[in-house]
Design a protein around this ligand. Structure first.
Ligand code: BES
Ligand code: ZN
Length: 884
């Protein structure tokens, strides 16, 4: 290999001697042989005198004789001296005999490639049509796989226009980012020319070719919107279509810029690694995230469709029109889309109270970040190789990202936040921006120190716990970094503190900018009369202890109102007991109650609070059951009994059958509660589930088993399966094989491993590796009961080579590790896991592995601390006997 190319290798980004302006791409896929031929003419602007052009390409066979460099009218201006592809660096270097002339020129390349089965680049997905198995051709380019389809400057900041031409079998539908301008049929092949796109990044280019049905509609300003799906399922696209049309309208007014393309297509793809992908004008989805079937979809499926559609459409502005400058800003792209998808969904379906469910995102984020092995949102280190980008699409980007954005919006106020966003979109439209660019615009609009505030959240890892104490007339606040492992690291944040005293009308906000701060009651004097009043009562009752009950009732302080802040709160005993009273007397919103509970749960896991204090407050948690199984097996039955009576109480009101006109949330809650009861082994629930399941087997349209209660029924069926009583398992497999509805398949996969018989668990796990389960879906089936975790771990080790081969090139591999390793709770197991992976290290799994092992250590420590808890047994036994 020649020395002169050495300088281009091992570089995180391409040299910009020449930058692309326009791609004219021709692709001709063969869906039978799974090969494709392509040609690209790239108009480049040569900006530096150079003999080299360096661009990305990987897994492509480049025809060296086809390579040439012309002027913009197609006349050859230079010979090509050499071409070299460096697979490892995913680049190709083209060398010319002398320096290229500055200004525009055209690089022409012909190439060939394979439609792979790895769900990235230009790949094949399969479906059955009229009993025949067929291939479709699909692209998935984010983050860095456009280079697997055509040579290009595959970086988000290298924006250009794209003029695409496809040559495909005449009977197929072929879609790309832009509408068709011209189509010529020549026998069995048709050539389709698409309109040239506005300037955009390579990772947003898309092509889909196959047989589809569609439904269509348009917005009031004439944008054509279509939902494409497998033939025969067009009706299932209507819900998403309706959401999309409305959402385009919403975002047009929210961002104060209309959607920038003439059409929007959304397509369900049978094999898809992520949930959905925001390709400009051609959004691709997993089937479960796009299709909604009145008969077979549950309320949770409907909500998922709305969230995913609103998320991907948000990217059409935030991401596609204004694009991150480099992958370090990915968290902003994903965090923002996640946050705004809740805003849009809330506006379309206010009755879903979707923000209460945002808490799931937020607390998931908090939970992740209690681990030491995570990275700050904005990487301190640059990304050095394309394969490192996949790893940053993790819970942190999405969940912490969305949560800190929500905190900021709530601090600045919705109007100010929206005005600033609109001017940010306008300022950076058709170009790229860094995280700081957004903060600067927000800072200008609001006059608040947004840069400093946000840097404290995005540039350091973790988040704080704020401890509050009431001493005499002072409220003391102190922040420290929250870590589940209980260890200490220094971190300091600028925390927007909100607090509310005695009523939601009496609130106070301030920025906690230092480690600790004290609020003097005198500071409140003159600010808000009502507040002073409440505070004085609060202090009185503090001094007088329990003398005045009436005062005590009203005298509570809740921090982090509405859980809008991304921090946890630890109250001193006095404040905590007031809050308990406030909860009992129904003074607090569901969101705030959840917040108190979740903070307590986390503090408990970090061994800063005893388990007993948590149990007296909380309702649902399988995690408690799990940890108790290791820490206090003798109490397990009591704990289960406690949960059963608690859930039974609510289930009695909801029943099994949907009620006419009931709310979306009741429908979801019914499924959750019954699943929990089935999981905890409640006899009556299991028998009823089986009765309904049998009716369903006789008649798939029976009103006895509507979609919202199928999950509990399936879980109950599996709970009773064993090697000597396999019928439930086999019947469930039969339902799986017969349905063509992907949400139904997913639901079944998610229930199969809920079995306590290790032999059955092993059978289920092996089934996941069979051709009957699409590789995109296997991860739904790996969540086993506690009795199955050893089996699952052994299975993971035995099948590691195969698992690595099938999933190793994407991010799904990390799910196998976290799901199977994290449930353990002994240090010996942590060592065993580390030993096993020591010789199997791979950069793409290293962080997940560290996080999972850390979780095992946290669990182990928690087990210890529970075992040392003094009065746990009494509390648990008392709870188990309580009647609700
Ligand atoms: N841009 C992502 C899709 C993606 C993820 C591409 C990972 C490449 C690697 C897309 O906008 C997205 O975030 N999809 C989510 C769904 C969303 C509703 C949170 C997903 O795929 O889970
Ligand atoms: Zn996204």
């Amino acid at each position: 290999m020649e020395k002169k190319y050495e300088q281009f290798k091992g570089q995180p980004r391409l040299p910009k001697f020449a930058v692309p302006k326009r791609y004219d791409i021709n692709l001709k896929p063969d869906l039978v042989t799974c090969k494709f031929a392509g040609a690209v003419k790239i108009t480049v602007d040569v900006v530096t005198g150079t003999k080299f052009i360096v661009l990305n390409a990987v897994d492509l066979f480049v025809d060296r004789n086809s390579l040439h460099f012309t002027d913009t009218s197609g006349c050859k201006v230079s010979e090509v001296l050499g071409v070299e592809l460096f697979e490892e660096d995913e680049i190709m270097v083209v060398e010319f005999p002398q320096n290229l002339q500055l200004g525009l020129g055209v690089l022409c390349i012909a190439f060939e490639g394979t439609l792979n089965d790895k769900m990235k680049g230009f790949y094949r997905s399969t479906y059955v049509h009229c009993g025949e198995k067929k291939n479709m051709a699909v692209t998935q380019f984010e983050p860095a796989d456009a280079r697997r389809c055509f040579p290009c400057w595959d970086e988000p900041a290298c924006k250009a226009t794209f003029k695409i031409t496809l040559e495909v079998p005449s009977e197929l539908i072929a879609l790309s980012n832009m509408p068709v301008v011209d189509e010529n049929v020549d026998g069995k092949i048709k050539t389709i020319h698409y309109q040239e796109s506005p300037i955009m990044s390579t990772y947003l280019v898309a092509v889909v070719i196959g047989l589809f049905d569609y439904v269509d509609d348009h917005t009031s300003d004439g944008i054509k919107v279509r939902v494409y799906c497998q033939i025969g399922k067009a009706n299932q696209g209507k819900f998403a279509l309706d959401v999309a049309v409305k959402t385009l309208g919403l975002y047009k007014s929210y961002f104060a810029v209309p959607y920038s393309l003439p059409k929007l297509d959304m397509v369900a793809i049978p094999d898809f690694a992520a949930g959905a992908m925001e390709n400009y004008g051609l959004v691709t989805y997993r089937e479960t995230a796009l299709l909604y079937d009145d008969k077979h979809s549950a309320a949770a499926n409907k909500q998922r469709v709305a969230i995913v559609v609103t998320h991907e459409l948000a990217h059409q502005w935030f991401g596609n029109l204004v694009t991150m400058e480099w992958w370090t800003h990915l968290w902003l792209n994903e965090g923002f889309a996640t946050w705004v998808s809740y805003l849009a969904t809330d506006s379309l379906f206010p009755e879903w109270k979707i923000w209460t469910q945002f808490l799931d995102e937020s607390t998931e984020g908090l939970r992740w970040m209690g681990l030491q092995n995570h990275i700050p949102l904005r990487h301190g280190v640059e990304i050095n190789h394309a394969c490192e980008i996949d790893e940053i699409f993790d819970a942190i980007s999405y969940k912490k990202g969305a949560s800190v954005i929500r905190m900021l919006q709530s601090y600045l106020g919705p109007e100010c936040f929206q005005r600033a966003l609109a001017s940010y979109i306008k300022k950076y439209a058709c170009s790229n921006a860094k995280t700081e660019d957004l903060w600067t615009v927000l800072e200008e609009e609001s006059g608040e120190p947004v840069n400093n505030l946000m840097n404290s959240w995005t540039k350091q890892k973790g988040y704080p716990v704020v401890s509050v104490k009431l001493k005499d007339q002072y409220l003391e606040f102190e922040q420290s970094q929250f870590l589940l492992s209980g260890s200490h690291e220094d971190g300091q944040w600028i925390v927007p503190i909100t607090l509310c005293c005695g009523s939601y009308d009496t609130c106070k906000n301030f920025l906690l900018q230092v480690k600790s701060e004290t609020l003097d009651v005198k500071e409140f004097v003159g600010s808000k009369d009502n507040l002073v009043d409440i505070l004085i009562k609060l202090f009185c009752c503090c001094f007088k202890k329990k003398e005045d009950n009436l005062v005590e009732t009203r005298a509570w302080i809740k921090l982090n109102v509405d859980q809008a802040g991304f921090y946890r709160v630890k109250y001193d005993e006095g404040l905590a007991s007031r809050l308990r009273h406030a909860i009992e007397t129904k003074c607090l919103s569901a969101t705030d109650r959840f917040g108190i509970l979740d903070d307590l749960y986390a503090l408990c896991m970090a061994c800063q609070q005893p388990l007993a204090s948590l149990l007296t407050l909380m309702g649902i948690s399988f995690k408690i059951e799990r940890i108790a199984a290791d820490a206090a097996p003798e109490l397990l039955e009591y704990i289960k009994q406690f949960f059963i009576s608690l859930f039974q109480y609510s289930t009695q009101k909801l029943g099994w059958d949907p009620k006419q006109g009931e709310s979306h949330l009741d429908a979801m809650l019914r499924g959750e509660l019954l699943t929990a009861l089935a999981q905890f082994g409640h006899d009556i629930t299991q028998n009823e589930a089986r009765r309904r399941f049998d009716a369903f087997l006789n008649d798939k349209n029976t009103p006895l088993l509507p979609p919202d209660i199928r999950k509990p029924a399936y879980v109950a069926v599996m709970q009773n399966v064993s090697t000597s009583n396999r019928s439930g398992y086999e019947l469930l497999l039969k339902v799986y094989r017969e349905t063509d509805q992907s949400q139904e398949k997913t639901r079944i996969l998610g229930s199969l491993a809920c079995c306590s018989d290790p032999d059955i668990v092993l059978e289920v796990l092996n089934f996941l590796l069979s051709p009957e389960v699409r590789s995109q879906d296997a991860v739904y089936g790996i969540h086993v009961n506690i009795e199955g975790r050893e089996t699952a771990w052994r299975w993971l080790k035995d099948n590691w080579d195969h698992i690595l081969k099938t999933w190793g090139s994407g991010f799904l591999i990390t799910r196998f590790i976290s799901a199977i390793v994290s449930p353990f709770s002994s240090c010996e197991k942590a060592c065993e896991v580390e030993e096993f992976f020591a010789s199997r290290a791979k950069p793409s799994i290293s962080r997940t592995l560290k996080q999972s092992v850390e979780r095992v250590h946290i669990n182990a420590k928690w087990v210890q601390s529970i075992q040392n808890e003094k009065h746990l047994a009494e509390v648990v036994q008392e709870l188990a006997h309580r009647k609700y």
